[in-house]
Design a protein around this ligand. Sequence first.
Ligand code: PMP
Length: 456
Amino acid sequence: GYKGPSYDSLIRVRKERLSPALVTYYSKPFAVHQGHMQWLFDLEGKRYLDLFGGICTVSVGHCHPEITEAVAEQMSILGHVSNVYLHPKVHKYAEQLTDKFSGDLKVVYFVNSGAEANELAMLMARTYTQNFEIISLRGAYHGMTNQTMNLTASSLYRHPVPSSPGFHYTMTPDVYRGIWGGKHCRDSPIQTNRHCTCSSNECEASTKYLEQLEEVYRYSIPKGKAAAFFAESIQGVGGSVQYPRGYLKGAYNMIKKCGGVFVADEVQTGFGRTGEHYWGFEMHDIVPDIVTMAKGIGNGFPLAAVVTTPQIAQSLTKAQHFNTFGGNPLASVAGMKVLEIIQRDKLQENSKRVGTHLLLELDKLRQEFPVIGDVRGVGLMIGIEMVAGDGSKTPLEPAKVMKYWERCLELGIVIGRGGYFGHVFRIKPPMCITKEDADFTVAVVKTALREMFSNK
Ligand code: PMP
């Protein structure tokens, strides 16, 4: 049982001693004490199914016993050594991680967080291409360091300080909410061609959004020369946003023509989460020049990485690049175990099987409840967009979103929120969840919907 400080004292310290800019979920904040695989336990010992996984971070399960054991063992042998020396486990992990990529993506820089990884990717792109301009999608989240805050194209995460030069944004090609969305194709077991009016294999929405991107190059980028285009394979924080088929491939071709590199932010979509593929970018039929990873790579252990080609990696040798914890033995041991567990326990296949089942079941609820505007995703990267329920796409009002979300917690599931209006529920659980867990999720979602939104 839990014997620590009282709930009230936790609230007080949170209010008085912790960052006031930190968002606290739920009107009665959720205090968590323990975790095991797909489960979280509150201070009273009540069990919850964790469908948010520490915001897409717990990839193979909370306190996975094998990771705990491997990290503890490493801690007793050598906890830290600077990466200016050689270390067999760091080297082994570098090989294993880069083996997960095809083509020339064979060199890794280890860092500690997603923002650091994207920061480094920007630096690499600029030193390699000798260009400066960087383009990202509105609504994207790529981190909150001084530079990545510019890449993160949402005012929710932009502090009122002057923006850095060299950042440009293009329309998010959002199939559901975007101006050309709703009628076009995307990659998902439930959404493919649902309302598609495209006359051929070419997606018309994709073409239109690419024309917008072309305009960014034409009007905003000096001499049309850019350093990088950044994108997640499915937007995470932005609200599980999926792009029309062919969009990222078109964006890839465009950045190449402008002398830049394509950076895939796989912080949320990597490591088998999308089920069909190990890396999210594979669903877009591209091979990026630089891939950034964090969160699920370490199952909660602070670890992040940038993988790129030997040529691009070389561009950083004009000065030293040093990072005290980047590539340390503990993180490497955790990272190796994650790779091993995903492979051995077939968690990518599980993401596909359980994720598809969950998507299809959740999608059925759209018929009964008009407040569900959209259900989307692939594998265990799922979004449920809540709307007013009057046939429009007006986001469900915040008070109702809040009440519904809190009811789900009471009934035993932890889900996330995203999108600019916070009205998209996000489901991205540890990849070990079972079909029974998915059925429980649907039962809770349905019960809460009936309580709040039933016409009967
Ligand atoms: N990229 C993406 C896609 C993310 O979702 C996040 C974190 N939400 C980051 C980068 C930044 O990662 P970190 O918080 O580890 O800096």
